[in-house]
Structures are given as structure tokens and as C-alpha cells.
Design a protein around this ligand. Structure first.
Ligand code: ADP
Length: 252
């Protein structure tokens, strides 16, 4: 899209219109660029599992009939790459669906109970010590889209378990109008340059490690999007070698 240049001089109204129009064009161009980048990154991500599937299928066709040991290896790899593609496409769909205020359905939710539930399920899944505490004696209720917030909280806590081996601490605080949910791990932490990109789609510090843990590089982008849809924020405090604290801030 082209920007507009008008040549009338000393006409405030026209110059204001030109500025507003050009700001809009800039936003449209940014969106188009963003979408182009997403399509190209997504195609790239899908190509890797697809080529593994293709090579193993070719191997099965060539040698699968005479060598039964190849059968197990090939079908195992094909299945796990197909699962990866399924997870990736589900996450991409989520990002596409979670756009715009109309995609959230607000109800009162007990955020303390919901957080305890996620803590329980992850500490069982990872067999990991996780400590939940809150600054109030009573449970805290906020207005939010429960499945979406639960997913955002799950992603951050799941990462804390995936990328560290020690105890994970979860702390819930409230002020008059906001809640703050902090998830602290004692993992490797992140350098400043990495922190800047951490909420971008498909960004991974260590691609191999994320891939091994079943990651897609979309989790934190989804989380960021959900929190922003609620008018909230997500922050990261971290130092290399000293663990990370992700804090989700939501209006009540
Ligand atoms: P993934 O599916 O790869 O986990 P995310 O978007 O959830 O994608 O996270 C992006 C990247 O950020 C991860 O691949 C990992 O490198 C890094 N990361 C996320 N959480 C943590 C954490 N708690 N400690 C260290 N690194 C993390």
C-alpha cells in the first residue's frame, strides 16, 4: 500500500488527514508483513516433520518388506512427527482464532482454585515439587475467559517444568484492581537479547531442546496474546544462570 503525499500548503486539515491516512497505511503494511512472516515461518516449521515422514515412508517402501526391524523404527518416527504436526497446526489455529475482543467470553472465575488445579496436574505429570502460595487468606475471583486463562497459565508453568529441574514456585497476589501471578523456576535463565524475543512466534533459545521437549515456539506467543486480550500483561525477569520469573498481570 502506498502512502499519500498532498501538495497543498498551510492547510492543517489536509495535513492532519494525510498523517492519519499514512499512519493507517503503515499499520496495514506492518500487518501484511507480519502475516507474510508468519506464513513463511509456519511453512518452514511444517516442512521439517514432513521431510522426516517422507524419508521414512520411502525407506519403508524400499526395505520394509524384507527387514521387519525397520518397520518399528519407521512407523515410530512417522507417528511422532505426525503428532508434532498436529500439535503445531492446533497451536497455529489457536493464534488465528484468538484475535479480537469478540473471541473472549468473560465470566467470574476463582483464579486461586484454577491455579491450584494447574499446579496439581503439572506436578503429577512431571513428578516435580511445585509450591503454590497466595497473599490473601481467601480465594481470589476475577472476571476472565476461564479456558483461555487456564491455557496461558498452563503454558508458563509447563515451560518452568520443561526448562528446569528444580522446584517451581507459584505466587498469587492481588491489589484493588489487579492480580499478579508469578511463576519462578531455577533453570538456566535467559539473557537480555533472548528476553526481548521470547514472546515472538516461533522463537526458541535452543531449538533442539525445545523440539525434544515437544515445543513449537508458539506457547509464549499464545500466552501473550491471551493476556493482552484481557487487557493484561506478561513480564519476564531473568538472569542467565539464575532462573526466570514470568509474571502474568490481569485486571480483576
Ligand atoms: P516452546 O514450545 O519452544 O516451549 P515457548 O513459546 O513456550 O515455546 O517458549 C519459547 C522459548 O523460550 C523456549 O523454546 C525456550 O527456549 C524459552 N523458554 C520459555 N520458558 C522458559 C523458562 N522458564 N526458562 C528458560 N527458557 C524458557
Amino acid at each position: 500500500w502506498e502512502k499519500l503525499t498532498l501538495h497543498q500548503k498551510n492547510n492543517d486539515e489536509i495535513s492532519q488527514m494525510q498523517q492519519a491516512y499514512n499512519a493507517m497505511i503503515e499499520r496495514i503494511n506492518e500487518n501484511i508483513e507480519n502475516q507474510d512472516r508468519f506464513v513463511s515461518d509456519a511453512s518452514h516449521e511444517l516442512r521439517t516433520p514432513l521431510s522426516v515422514i517422507t524419508s521414512y515412508t520411502e525407506l519403508l517402501q524400499r526395505r520394509g518388506k524384507d527387514k521387519p526391524e525397520i518397520f518399528d523404527e519407521a512407523t515410530g518416527a512417522i507417528l511422532s512427527e505426525a503428532e508434532r504436526m498436529k500439535h503445531l497446526t492446533e497451536q497455529m489455529l489457536l493464534l488465528a482464532k484468538n484475535q479480537g475482543q469478540e473471541s473472549i467470553y468473560m465470566t467470574p472465575i476463582n483464579i486461586s482454585e484454577m491455579t491450584r488445579e494447574v499446579v496439581r496436574s503439572l506436578s503429577t505429570a512431571y513428578q516435580r515439587e511445585m509450591k503454590f502460595s497466595q497473599h490473601t487468606t481467601n480465594d481470589i475471583t476475577i472476571s476472565a475467559d476461564r479456558p483461555k486463562i487456564q491455557q496461558a497459565v498452563y503454558i508458563v508453568m509447563d515451560n518452568a517444568c520443561k526448562y528446569s529441574d528444580e522446584e517451581v514456585l507459584v505466587l498469587l497476589k492481588e491489589t484493588d484492581d489487579h492480580i499478579y501471578l508469578s511463576i519462578t523456576d531455577q533453570g538456566e535463565g535467559l539473557a537480555e537479547e533472548e528476553q526481548k524475543q521470547i514472546f515472538e512466534r516461533f522463537y526458541r533459545v535452543d531449538k533442539a531442546r525445545s523440539r525434544q521437549a515437544g515445543g513449537t515456539g508458539l506457547g509464549l506467543a499464545i500466552c501473550h496474546q491471551i493476556v493482552q486480550l484481557h487487557g493484561g500483561n506478561i513480564r519476564l525477569d531473568s538472569q542467565p544462570g539464575n532462573g526466570s520469573t514470568f509474571t502474568i498481570e490481569l485486571p480483576k
